[in-house]
Write a protein that binds this ligand. Structure first.
Ligand SMILES: NC(=O)c1ccc[n+]([C@@H]2O[C@H](COP(=O)([O-])OP(=O)(O)OC[C@H]3O[C@@H](n4cnc5c(N)ncnc54)[C@H](OP(=O)(O)O)[C@@H]3O)[C@@H](O)[C@H]2O)c1
Length: 247
């Protein structure tokens, strides 16, 4: 089996594992990573509660998970949590990181250096879904470096101690809130650490998308806007496009 590093699988392996994840709902997870029996709801920390964070936090909470919204504006997050309902609460990014078994990052990429300093070791052992995109024009030098190295590999170095997957990077936030109305119609490409794929896939499916694992961290560069995988595609279309891409 060709591997790219200890945390990556080859693309073929992951495409095969997607099928297993579909059947099992969650892949076996290494000790130290959040585990949850099938059907058991999760605690999700949302770091960045704008278009993406509020959309995903809202549907995950309505699906029965416990969600904590965070940003630099706690008052706004309290209002958001009140609108979403009893499964939602608000906190600081540090509180959300401590709260979540799974963390969603949905911030401008330029926010990461400061966030990493303030979050310290609290990402240790957490499954992180990073929806944030590196746009050099918007986010500056850190985004240039992430784009050059590939967002997945850069994320894994930056989000130390976490099991990182990238997903939700190139579909509009409004679609994230409404996919559950027609479950399974839209394929959601996901790429990253094999130990996080099962739990992340489960959360993706829970809100109406069909997760399609396109590879390990080195394939995550294809999930950003402007690549063939971006936009709305059926699960089969995502699989066909992914099969043409090389790490
Ligand atoms: N919009 C989309 O349709 C879409 C789709 C896919 C992916 N994305 C990507 O997802 C990310 C978020 O996009 P968005 O549209 O949701 O942006 P947004 O509406 O501007 O929301 C960004 C959120 O991050 C928070 N934030 C900013 N700096 C922060 C910091 N230092 N610490 C904590 N929170 C911080 C903001 O709140 P405060 O400023 O109050 O802290 C806000 O809640 C971006 O990287 C974007 O490229 C967007």
């Amino acid at each position: 089996m060709k591997t790219h590093d200890t945390t990556d699988l080859s693309r073929r392996d992951l495409l095969e594992l997607t099928g297993m994840a579909v059947i099992l709902g969650a892949l076996p997870l290494t000790a130290g990573i959040a585990t949850a029996a099938e059907g058991q709801k999760l605690r999700i920390g949302i770091i960045g509660s704008g278009h993406v964070g509020s959309a995903l936090g809202g549907v995950w909470a309505r699906a029965g998970n416990q969600v904590m919204f965070s940003s630099r504006d706690l008052d706004n997050d309290k209002k958001l949590a009140a609108e979403v309902g009893p499964n939602a609460r608000a906190g600081t990014p540090q509180q959300a990181a401590a709260f979540g078994q799974v963390l969603l990052f949905a911030v401008p990429y330029s926010a990461f250096p400061g966030l990493m300093q303030s979050l310290g070791s609290s990402l240790e052992g957490k499954v992180v879904i990073n929806a944030s995109n590196p746009f050099p024009q918007r986010d500056g030098e850190i985004a240039s470096r992430a784009s050059e190295q590939g967002a997945g590999r850069f994320d894994a170095q930056m989000l130390r101690g976490a099991y990182v997957v990238r997903a939700f990077n190139a579909v509009p936030a409004a679609e994230m809130a409404s996919a559950h109305e027609d479950p399974g119609k839209i394929g959601m490409p996901i790429a990253g650490d094999r130990r996080a794929i099962g739990l992340a896939s489960r959360l993706i499916r829970e809100i109406g998308f069909e997760p399609v694992v396109v590879g390990g961290l080195d394939m995550a560069k294809y999930l950003v806007p402007g690549t063939p995988l971006s936009g709305e595609h059926s699960p089969d279309e995502v699989r066909s496009i992914a099969a043409t891409l090389k790490p």
